[in-house]
Design a protein around this ligand. Structure first.
Ligand SMILES: C[S@@+](CC[C@H](N)C(=O)[O-])C[C@H]1O[C@@H](n2cnc3c(N)ncnc32)[C@H](O)[C@@H]1O
Length: 276
C-alpha cells in the first residue's frame, strides 16, 4: 500500500505481510507488533503515573500539549478526530479539558491501555469511544477522518516502518485532513546519538528505536503538505521552570527555529493530506 495508491513495492509487501519472515529480534512483524501491545498492557495501570513524577516529564508535556493545541487550531463541530495510539487517552482528555467538543475516537493495539482509557472516560462521565486497532492496518475507511493525531509512537519502530505507518494514515484521512505527530530527534543526543545510530545500523545491523534526522523529514512527508514543524523539549528548561516558569516557557519557543529545533527532544509536525 502506498500513499499514492500505486501497487505496493517489494519492501512494502514485506512490511505488510503476515508471513513468519524474520525481521529483527528473531520475530516476525506480527509477533513483534503484538509484543509491543502486550508490553503496554503490562504497564497500563501505572503508565500515566510513571510519566508524571519527574519535573522533566511534566514540563515536557505542558510545552508539547501547548504546541499541539496551537497546531490543531479550530476543529469544526462534527469533524472526526482519531488519536492513534490513544494509550490511556491523555491527549484526548487534555483536549476535552480545553473545551474541545468535536467527535473523538481512540485507537490502540493494547487491550490494557484501552481499558484504562475507557475506565477514565467512565470516571469523568464522558463519551470517548475507543477501538482496538493496528497502525499498520487501520480498520477505518479510506478518506474518512478529518484529524489524526499520533503521539509518542513512531520511536517504538525502526525507521524503515515509518513509511508504512504514514501511508495508512494518509489512506484514512480525508483530502485536506490534518495529521499531528511527534518524532524523536536523533541529534538531541549529540555525539552519543551519532554513535548510537552508527552502532545500531552498522554494528548490530538493526535499529531498535526510530529517531528523526532533519534529512528524513522531506522524504517521509513527500506526499503531504508539511505545514509546521516545532521542536519541543530543550535540556535544562525543566529545571529553570522550577525557578522561573515564565522564562522557561519563553525560552522553549526557541524550538521553533532552526537549527535549535533539531536538538530538542522531539519535533511536533503538522502535515496535511493535499486537498486534491
Ligand atoms: C508510548 S505509548 C503512547 C500512548 C499515547 N499516544 C500517549 O501519548 O500517551 C505507545 C502506545 O502505542 C500502542 N501501540 C503499539 N504498537 C501499536 C500498533 N501497531 N498499533 C496501534 N497501537 C500501537 C501501545 O499499545 C501504546 O499504547
Amino acid at each position: 500500500m502506498t500513499a499514492r495508491g500505486a501497487e505496493p513495492d517489494e519492501h512494502e509487501q514485506y512490511l505488510m505481510s503476515d508471513t513468519p519472515d524474520k525481521t529483527w529480534d528473531g520475530k516476525s512483524n506480527e509477533e513483534w507488533r503484538k509484543d509491543v501491545g502486550d508490553n503496554y498492557t503490562l504497564e497500563a495501570q501505572t503508565y500515566d503515573e510513571r510519566r508524571s513524577v519527574h519535573l522533566n516529564a511534566r514540563f515536557f508535556f505542558e510545552i508539547s500539549y501547548g504546541v499541539l493545541d496551537e497546531l490543531l487550531g479550530d476543529v469544526p463541530e462534527g469533524a472526526v478526530h482519531v488519536d492513534m495510539p490513544v494509550g490511556t487517552g491523555r491527549f484526548l482528555f487534555h483536549l476535552r479539558d480545553k473545551g474541545r467538543t468535536h467527535d473523538m475516537l481512540g485507537v490502540d493495539i493494547s487491550p490494557g491501555m484501552l481499558k484504562v482509557c475507557r475506565d477514565r472516560a467512565r470516571e469523568r462521565n464522558e463519551r470517548l469511544p475507543v477501538m482496538f486497532g493496528d497502525a499498520f492496518k487501520l480498520c477505518l475507511a479510506d478518506n474518512s477522518i478529518d484529524v489524526l493525531s499520533s503521539l509518542r509512537f513512531f520511536h517504538l519502530f525502526p525507521v524503515r516502518y515509518w513509511d508504512a505507518i504514514l501511508a495508512e494514515m494518509f489512506r484514512v484521512l480525508k483530502p485536506g485532513g490534518i495529521l499531528l505527530v511527534d518524532l524523536r530527534n536523533l541529534f538531541r543526543f549529540g555525539a552519543w546519538g551519532i554513535l548510537k545510530e552508527f552502532r545500531d545500523r552498522w554494528v548490530h545491523k538493526d535499529q531498535p528505536h526510530g529517531f528523526l534526522t532533519p534529512t528524513r523529514l522531506g522524504s517521509l512527508f513527500a506526499d503531504w503538505e508539511l505545514e509546521k514543524t516545532v521542536g519541543v523539549g530543550l535540556d535544562g528548561l525543566p529545571h529553570l521552570s522550577a525557578l522561573s516558569p515564565s522564562l522557561a516557557h519563553r525560552l522553549s519557543r526557541l524550538g521553533r527555529y532552526r537549527p535549535i529545533k533539531y536538538v530538542t527532544k522531539e519535533i511536533v509536525i503538522k502535515a496535511r493530506k493535499p486537498a486534491s
